[in-house]
Ligand binder design. Structure first.
Ligand SMILES: C=C(O[C@H]1C=CC=C(C(=O)O)[C@@H]1O)C(=O)O
Length: 449
C-alpha cells in the first residue's frame, strides 16, 4: 500500500512513483451489504440514486491532505498515481480506477475524538472493489507502487471473485440496535440564542444567510452494524445518495443525503440548489398543501434564490451556466425546494476544481461565505468534522461525482452522533428551524430504532 500525506498549507502530497495495476472481472449480481459485511475496515460505500454504486475494502493507495491547498494537493497526488496505469477496464465497460473519499467541512479540521481517522481530506484507491452500473457488476483488484505486479493482481482477483461469488445475492437485514437515550449537544434554549445571534448579524448587514447545525448524541442498545444501516437506508431513501466511510473499526461516517454537490461527465457539469424545508403531509391533499407552502413562502424563496445565484456565479468562470426549473423534492420524511443547474465547461477542468469552487455552497455554509464561516465558528458548539462536506470519487480524466454529506452521522460500537442544520435568514423563527432540524435527524435515527 502506498500512502501520501500533505504537510499542511503547502499541499505537497507525493505518492512514490509506481505503476497502478487494476484488474476487473464481471460477476453476477451480488449484495453490496454482504460484501461490506464480509470485509474488515477500512471499507467504504458510495452510491448515487439510480446510478453508480461502489463498495471498497482495503487500501491500494491513499492520499491525505489538510490546509487551504487540500483540493489541489489531492488532485496532484492522484495525478501521479494515474500517470502509469495498467488496467483491463481502460476500454469497454469494465470500471476504470477511481479514488474514493472526501473532505472535512473545514480545511483546518483536526482528526480527533469521533473524527480520529478522518483527516481534512482523505481519498483511497480501494484494494478490492465492487462496482455496479446499468451495464453490470464487477469485482476489481487494484495495486499501486514500484512493485505492483499484474500477475499477482490477477491471482488476487481470482480469490476476490471466488469470495464474492460465495456471498448471498440477498442478505437478510438484521434488527436495528435500538436507541437507549439521546442527548442534544445544542439544547433548545441555546439554539434559540444562536438563531437570535445569527439573525442579529444578518440585520446588522454582516451577512445574508448562515446555515447553523446541531448534533444529536445517541446511545444504542447494542453494537451498530453499519452495512445493515446502509441497506435499510437504501430501502427507505431509494432516491438519495448513500455513503459509508469507515477507516477503522471504531467509527464510520455514513448517511443518505438528497443533495448533489457536483457531477462532471466530460464537459457536462450538473449541480443543484437544495434549500428550504417542510415536512410531509399525512394525506395527498395535506402533502400538496405543504409543498405549495414551500413554493409560496417568500422567506424560503429568498433562501433558495441566494443559493441558486451563488452557485451560478461560482460556476460562471468555468463555462455556460443554465438554471433549470425549480421543483419540490420529496423525501420520505421531508420536502425541499430544488433547482437543477448545469454547465458546459469551456475547458478541461478537473472535478476537484469545481468541488473547491462550490464548497461550501450557501445550502450548508452561508453568504457571503467568509462571514458565514466566521459565524458558524463563533456560534456552533460542536465539531462539524465531515458533516456537510463533499464525499465522492474522481478518475484519471477528472470526471467524478460528489454528494453533500448531510442527513449523516458518525457511528461505531454502541454510539452515534447525528448532524442536522438549517438555513437562517433575516426572518427565521427559532421554533420552526428547530422543528425542521428534528426532521433531518430522522433518516438515521429511524434506522437505529
Ligand atoms: C444543512 C442541511 O440541509 C440543507 C439542505 C436542504 C435544506 C436546507 C434548509 O432547509 O435549510 C439546508 O440548506 C441538513 O440537512 O443538515
Amino acid at each position: 500500500m502506498e500512502r501520501a500525506e500533505s504537510g499542511g498549507a503547502s499541499g505537497d502530497v507525493v505518492l512514490d512513483a509506481g505503476r497502478l495495476v487494476s484488474r476487473s472481472r464481471e460477476v453476477g449480481d451480488v449484495s453490496f451489504q454482504a460484501f461490506l459485511a464480509s470485509r474488515e475496515p477500512p471499507r467504504l460505500q458510495w452510491a448515487s440514486p439510480g446510478g453508480l454504486e461502489l463498495a471498497g475494502a482495503g487500501v491500494a493507495a491513499e492520499v491525505t491532505a489538510d490546509g487551504p491547498e487540500r483540493f489541489d494537493a489531492v488532485r496532484s497526488a492522484a495525478a501521479a498515481a494515474f500517470a502509469d496505469v495498467d488496467a483491463n477496464g481502460a476500454s469497454g465497460k469494465a470500471p476504470r480506477p477511481r479514488f474514493v473519499g472526501g473532505f472535512a467541512f473545514r480545511d483546518d479540521h483536526a482528526p480527533e475524538g469521533s473524527w480520529s481517522g478522518f483527516p481534512a481530506a482523505s481519498f483511497v484507491l480501494p484494494e478490492v472493489q465492487l462496482t455496479r452500473t446499468d451495464d453490470g457488476t464487477w469485482v476489481t483488484v487494484n495495486a499501486y507502487g514500484p512493485d505492483a505486479d499484474p500477475e499477482a493482481v490477477e491471482r488476487a482477483l481470482d480469490d476476490a471473485v471466488e469470495s464474492v461469488q460465495a456471498l448471498p445475492k440477498m442478505r437478510p437485514v438484521g434488527t436495528p440496535p435500538g436507541v437507549r437515550a439521546t442527548r442534544r449537544t445544542t439544547p433548545k434554549d441555546a439554539w434559540t440564542t444562536q438563531v437570535a445571534d445569527a439573525t442579529e448579524r444578518i440585520r446588522a448587514g454582516d451577512l445574508e444567510k448562515v446555515v447553523l447545525a446541531c448534533a444529536l448524541e445517541v446511545d444504542l442498545d447494542g453494537p451498530v452494524d453499519l452495512p445493515d444501516v446502509l441497506e435499510r437506508l437504501r430501502r427507505t431513501y431509494p432516491n438519495c445518495y448513500r455513503f459509508l466511510v469507515q477507516p477503522t473499526e471504531d467509527a464510520g461516517f455514513l448517511g443518505a443525503p438528497p443533495e448533489r454537490l457536483v457531477k462532471r461527465d466530460g464537459r457536462r457539469v450538473e449541480t443543484e440548489a437544495l434549500a428550504g424545508s417542510v415536512g410531509r403531509g399525512g394525506t395527498p391533499e395535506a402533502d400538496a398543501e405543504l409543498a405549495q407552502s414551500l413554493v409560496d413562502s417568500e422567506k424560503i424563496q429568498h433562501e433558495q434564490r441566494l443559493v441558486v445565484d451563488t452557485i451560478c456565479e461560482q460556476l460562471a468562470g468555468f463555462g455556460d451556466v443554465t438554471e433549470g426549473e425549480q421543483r419540490v423534492r420529496k423525501l420520505d420524511n421531508i420536502q425541499h425546494l430544488q433547482t437543477p443547474i448545469t454547465t458546459e465547461l469551456a475547458s478541461d477542468v478537473h472535478v476537484l476544481d469545481i468541488v473547491e469552487a462550490l464548497h461550501p455552497t450557501p445550502a450548508v455554509g452561508g453568504l457571503p461565505p467568509a462571514a458565514a464561516a466566521a459565524t458558524i465558528r463563533d456560534v456552533e458548539t460542536f465539531e462539524r468534522g465531515w458533516y456537510a462536506a463533499p464525499i465522492g470519487w474522481f478518475d484519471a480524466t477528472g470526471d467524478g461525482e460528489f454528494l453533500v454529506a448531510i442527513r449523516s452521522g458518525v457511528a461505531g460500537g454502541d454510539g452515534a452522533t447525528l448532524f442536522a442544520g438549517n438555513g437562517i435568514v433575516r426572518d427565521s423563527d427559532p421554533q420552526e428551524e428547530w422543528d425542521e432540524i428534528q426532521l433531518k435527524y430522522r433518516p438515521l435515527l429511524e434506522e437505529f430504532r
